[in-house]
Design a binder for this molecule. Structure first.
Ligand code: NAG
Ligand code: NAG
Length: 295
């Protein structure tokens, strides 16, 4: 039996128009792909997935589970390949593109993916408290792997070839050993275009396919050090913060950051009172920094 008389042609069009005026996507929200951080996995992102489907019902959210927990210290280039294999098919099924929401170390994996996947269809890329400019500081994570070392000595092992197979070492950025970092770190200097390589132009072009870059982080993070690394700022050799727009890689547009910014497509969001593992589970942060980019 018919439950209700369908509205006439004009009525339907009017309804669609009204929905669209209210910011509801008639053709559905773009799928959201979540990439976890170091020593975590799908379990930690249940809350965030719930937030997304609550505010945007019907959104398909995929939390990629590869290289989870103890596997997350694997070499980053291997992880980039693993995540690419998992995310590629999701992209193919999304004619309007996907959003990529990446936490902590995952933000670096996502950036590397965006740079090396020339046909990606990522619309908005949200980087949630990621060490985008590197890490220099003692953290709980670090102490687990280097219990006897303090930050000033980590370079002695991290910049050895063997340890460049451990993810944390691949974004360890010791501002007092800049030339060693540039020579021995096989991941971050390349990604940030701090060392010249032949793929630079292609990577920049590929990265610039995104519509928006959203950078989220804050001073009470407690893990990302300096916390400004979540916004592409970092220490100089005196451990003073040099902000994004004054960084060499920004000024020479080494990987497209300056172009994105000039386009008006870098959105930054800073919150205090949020510790590292809370970024993905804080509704205030979600509402003010992420929601509007996930349509
Ligand atoms: C965790 O990651 C490993 C390595 O990528 C994978 O083999 C395993 O299936 C993952 N576990 C879950 C529950 O997804
Ligand atoms: C959530 O975010 C708000 C706004 O930044 C902050 O004041 C609050 O302390 C956070 N709560 C938790 C549990 O992280």
């Amino acid at each position: 039996a018919e439950m209700k008389t369908p509205p006439g042609m004009c009525g339907s069009l009017l309804l669609l128009l009204l929905l669209q005026l209210q910011g509801v996507r008639i053709d559905g929200y773009r799928p959201v792909v979540i990439v976890h951080g170091i020593l975590d996995g799908p379990k930690e992102f249940k809350t965030l997935s719930g937030y997304i489907t609550k505010v945007h019902p019907g959104t398909k959210v995929s939390v990629i589970s590869v290289d989870n927990y103890s596997y997350s210290v694997k070499p980053l280039w291997t992880q980039v390949r693993d995540f690419g294999k998992a995310i590629g098919p999701i992209m193919k099924k999304a004619p309007n593109g996907i959003h990529l929401l990446c936490f902590s170390q995952g933000g670096l994996i996502c950036r590397a993916l965006l740079s090396t996947m020339p046909d990606h269809n990522v619309h908005n890329f949200i980087s949630l408290s990621s060490p985008l400019a590197g890490q220099y500081g003692d953290t709980n994570y670090l102490n687990r792997y280097f219990p006897d070392y303090i930050k000033t000595a980590v370079f002695k092992i991290c910049y050895l070839r063997f340890w460049q197979k451990v993810s944390i070492c691949q974004y360890w950025n010791d501002p007092h050993h800049r030339s060693l970092y540039l020579q021995k770190n096989n991941f971050l200097p390349k990604l940030n275009g701090e060392t010249f390589h032949s793929d630079m132009q292609a990577w920049r072009k590929s990265f610039l396919r995104i519509n928006k870059l959203v950078l989220i982080g804050g001073p009470d993070d407690g893990v990302i050090t300096p916390w400004q690394s979540s916004h592409f700022g970092f220490y100089d050799s005196n451990e003073n913060i040099v902000e994004m727009r004054k960084q060499e890689y920004y000024r020479n547009d080494a990987f497209g950051l300056k172009t994105l910014d000039a386009r008006g497509d870098v959105s930054t969001c800073i919150h205090s009172g949020v510790v590292h593992v809370q970024w993905h589970s804080n509704f205030t942060v979600f509402q003010s920094c992420m929601q509007k980019w996930l349509t």
